[in-house]
Design a protein around this ligand. Structure first.
Ligand code: URA
Length: 185
């Protein structure tokens, strides 16, 4: 399906037409992701929410504001990184994506990684961690550590929404992002 695609623009055009799972029926937009096509840091989130679905861009709601602050604390901007989700379409009522939806969306993510070739993937939250690190991973056990992935290192951290909820202090994901950014300087 994605084997012969050699540019991110072509991948995005095809992804926008995706009907690999039933999230296609309820979405307003496919949130492909955005940022630097040659980014060394790839941020992997969960799934688009209502605002992202409405405008087709990742992390534009309140969690996105927190993400901008975390990036800034790590000396980064959105232009330095590429940001996307584990699924590109909004699950109804913002439920977590189902395993079959993650699997259906996986070829898009794999091809994004193959074309961008980041040095580091920062997983924002448990859905992303379980999607690319280990299906049974516990965030409290893996966060703050670094893992070898296929061609990139994986840094698990908290989703910015956890900072918004007050369950996690911003210092923790900020420190993880900083460590990820420093790891290839
Ligand atoms: N993943 C998220 O967690 N949020 C977004 O806005 C997009 C992808």
């Amino acid at each position: 399906m994605t084997e012969n695609i050699s540019s991110l623009g072509t991948l995005q055009r095809l992804c926008k037409e995706c009907r690999n799972c039933s999230l296609a029926m309820s979405r307003q937009s496919v949130v492909f992701g955005e940022g630097n096509p040659a980014a060394k840091i790839f941020l992997l989130g969960e799934a688009p929410g209502a605002q992202e679905d409405a405008c087709g861009r990742p992390f534009v709601g309140r969690a996105g504001k927190v993400l901008d602050q975390l990036l800034s604390a790590a000396g980064l901007t959105r232009q330095d990184v590429f940001i996307t989700g584990s699924v590109k379409c909004r699950p109804p009522k913002n439920r977590n994506p189902y395993r079959n939806e993650l699997a259906a969306c996986r070829p898009w993510l794999e091809k994004q990684l193959a074309l961008i070739k980041p040095q580091v993937v920062v997983c924002l939250g448990l859905v992303a961690v379980q999607n690319i690190l280990e299906p049974k991973a516990k965030l409290t056990e893996v966060r703050g550590r670094c893992f070898e992935g296929p061609g990139y290192r994986i840094y698990p951290t908290y989703h910015p929404a956890a900072v918004l909820r007050g369950t996690v202090k911003a210092e923790l994901p900020a420190a993880d992002l900083k460590a990820a950014a420093r790891s290839f300087l």
